[in-house]
Ligand binder design. Structure first.
Ligand SMILES: NC(=O)c1ccc[n+]([C@@H]2O[C@H](COP(=O)([O-])OP(=O)(O)OC[C@H]3O[C@@H](n4cnc5c(N)ncnc54)[C@H](OP(=O)(O)O)[C@@H]3O)[C@@H](O)[C@H]2O)c1
Length: 304
């Protein structure tokens, strides 16, 4: 029988690519979106309004798998106090609503797979390679990831298998941070940010979508998994790779830390800091990354 997957936030960068991958693997996909127009126009789109608890309960009750990707863009706007609440609640409240639908209903849900982020470990630059058992950071993103994952874990009470993919920076030509980061390089204005020593755990969009499919199809996966390439990429080496792939040179000095802090406020922390994460846990389950070489990945995403 055809299995169906409900994707919250399925209209975004990861969601669109994952939808295509799932369809090509024989799954039926339903996307939950706040966009009423798209929901009316597209067959497999369903409107929801989390605040007003509007959701197609039937879709949820008959879902085989739910992938939770919905959430306000973390680096889209300055982190004012109201923006911080939106970043947090746009990830936790949808899960609360889905939990409510499933709580008192028999359902066939086999697993809930949710996005999380390597921000769980904190905006710090250190030589530590973080593993899934490490304690979460107490900064804003650390606390957000803890609250987000806690809502995911609640589904275990309903006997539902849960998986949390702590994801690094997703590299894709279609969107996300890569086109924004590489634009200045295209015009020869690119430069290293801050000290350049901050690590940048990254993953190709292709590999991330494969990781979601892997988590759906492998029942033994449970709990948190780091989904990022484990290498030494830091902002300086990333910038050099981008420049090399685009056949450009870096002429300008590093963008000073204080400038980024003035421009971005607290959010500058996630650009100026970063640590490596281990991906041994997901690899031990049998997951294989297609892209582990940054230059080759950038060649595909920036040139081809
Ligand atoms: N991209 C990355 O580099 C990266 C790295 C680590 C973790 N992640 C996490 O992975 C998930 C997917 O990332 P993505 O890059 O695909 O994100 P994205 O392109 O920004 O898409 C997220 C989707 O979530 C929905 N959404 C936004 N705000 C919402 C709200 N307040 N309530 C309900 N839905 C809302 C939107 O769909 P509608 O407008 O159609 O409702 C949007 O298309 C996110 O949770 C993100 O934090 C991403």
């Amino acid at each position: 029988m055809i299995k169906n997957v409900v994707i919250t936030g399925g209209t975004g960068l990861v969601g669109k690519a994952l939808t295509n991958l799932l369809l090509s693997n024989g799954y039926e996909v339903f996307v939950l979106t706040r966009n009423q127009k798209q929901a009316t126009q597209k067959n497999n789109y369903s409107f929801w309004d989390v605040e007003n608890e509007i959701i197609d309960e039937q879709i949820i009750k008959t879902a085989d798998y739910i992938v939770h990707l919905a959430g306000d863009g973390i680096a889209d706007k300055r982190w004012t106090s109201s923006r911080k609440i939106s970043i947090l609640e746009s990830r936790t409240k949808p899960l609360e609503l889905i939990f409510k639908v499933l709580k008192n209903n028999s359902n066939q849900l086999k697993a809930l797979i949710s996005a999380s982020g390597v921000g769980y470990y904190g905006a710090i630059t250190s030589d530590k390679v973080f593993i899934e058992e490490d304690v979460a950071a107490s900064d804003f993103l650390g606390k957000t990831c803890v609250a987000w994952e806690k809502e995911v874990d609640k589904f275990n009470e309903l006997g539902i298998r849960t998986v949390k993919l702590r994801t690094g920076i997703v590299l894709a030509k279609e969107g996300g941070v890569l086109p924004k980061m590489t634009l200045p390089f295209k015009y020869s204005f690119g430069s290293v940010l801050g000290s350049g020593k901050q690590y940048m755990p990254w993953i190709s969009l292709t590999d991330l979508c494969q990781a979601y499919l892997f988590a759906i199809e492998n029942n033994q996966l449970f709990g948190a998994y780091n989904t990022a390439v484990e290498d030494d990429t830091n902002n300086a080496s990333f910038s050099k790779s981008v420049a090399r792939v685009l056949n450009k040179r870096i002429f300008l000095p590093n963008v000073p830390t204080f400038v980024l802090k003035i421009l971005l406020g607290e959010m500058a922390g996630i650009i100026l800091n970063g640590s490596r994460v281990s991906n041994s846990k997901i690899k031990a389950e049998g997951f294989q990354f297609l892209h582990e070489d940054l230059d080759k990945c950038l060649e595909q995403e920036l040139v081809e």
